[in-house]
Design a binder for this molecule. Structure first.
Ligand SMILES: Nc1ncnc2c1ncn2[C@@H]1O[C@H](COP(=O)(O)OP(=O)(O)OP(=O)(O)O)[C@@H](O)[C@H]1O
Ligand SMILES: [Mg+2]
Length: 242
């Protein structure tokens, strides 16, 4: 087995995500207000209504958004001052895989992640091939990335992130644009097979229910967290009763 594959097949122990009174303001709008939480679960679900602060929370974790105040550590690192190391350790996938494709072909796009990391061309080729095989994209290695279907593009986005072997994968509504079959495929992969720790932002409560721990945001506040079934139940109740 190639080293890249061997490294990815073992479940990894989760890192600690620590927030103490973290707020994020955009002008006078508070996207997050004094969020305090310590997370060390393997599968963390994030739910809540539109505009509640889920994406802002997710983006904090790899330095895409900066706290306005409060303390944030991911795996002991400050995502603002240790941004380069954080980008390497925390992978991020968006709903729209088109936004993440940076190179013309599938193999080039996956190889791009490994640039500047001290690998030889041959080492990169081995890792890219192993990753494309793992995600069922080997037959498309030399195809234009933009010709893939929506589900295949999301697999490519995952491949391009995971080839870099991050410790944590943050996924912001990764199944939002996918049909039922691809939602199941990507959802099953993320929840059952991904060796990395996962932070999954989703409106798909069936996916959230399969996490180990769920956070619910409302109007920029962390209003509930705990066992998925209980948190989802209380959310459904809150939605129903206004
Ligand atoms: N870059 C930004 N500039 C200004 N306001 C922003 C920015 N990003 C987010 N906001 C605001 O912060 C609040 C939280 O947004 P966020 O994207 O985190 O919500 P969300 O829970 O991910 O919503 P959705 O379910 O619709 O994706 C919203 O009121 C949003 O308008
Ligand atoms: Mg969002």
């Amino acid at each position: 087995m190639a080293p890249a594959q061997a490294a990815q097949s073992q479940p990894q122990s989760p890192s600690e995500i620590f927030l103490d009174a973290v707020s994020v303001a955009f002008g006078d709008r508070h996207a997050l207000s004094r969020v305090s939480v310590t997370l060390n679960h393997r599968r963390i679900g994030v739910i809540g209504s539109n505009g509640s602060g889920k994406s802002t929370f997710a983006r904090l974790l790899n330095g895409l958004v900066t706290p306005t105040s409060g303390t944030l550590r991911v795996s002991g690192l400050n995502p603002v001052t240790e941004a380069k190391e954080i980008r390497r350790r925390v992978g991020f996938i968006f709903s729209n895989p088109d936004a993440q494709i940076v190179m013309p072909t599938v193999a080039e796009d996956v190889a791009f992640t490994l640039r500047g990391r001290g690998y030889t061309r041959a080492e990169i080729a081995v890792r890219v091939t192993a990753t494309l095989e793992r995600y069922g994209l080997a037959a498309h290695a030399d195809a234009p990335a933009h010709n893939l279907s929506g589900g295949q593009k999301q697999l490519l986005a995952l491949s391009a992130i995971l080839v870099g072997e991050p410790q944590i994968l943050v996924a912001d509504e990764p199944t939002a644009l996918l049909d039922a079959a691809n939602t199941r495929r990507i959802g099953n992969y993320l929840l059952d097979e991904l060796p990395q720790q996962l932070v999954l932002v989703t409106h798909d409560l069936a996916l959230a229910a399969r996490c180990d721990h769920v956070l619910r945001f409302s109007e920029g506040r962390l209003v509930d967290q705990g066992h998925p079934a209980a948190v989802i139940d209380r959310y459904a109740n809150a939605v129903e009763h206004g």
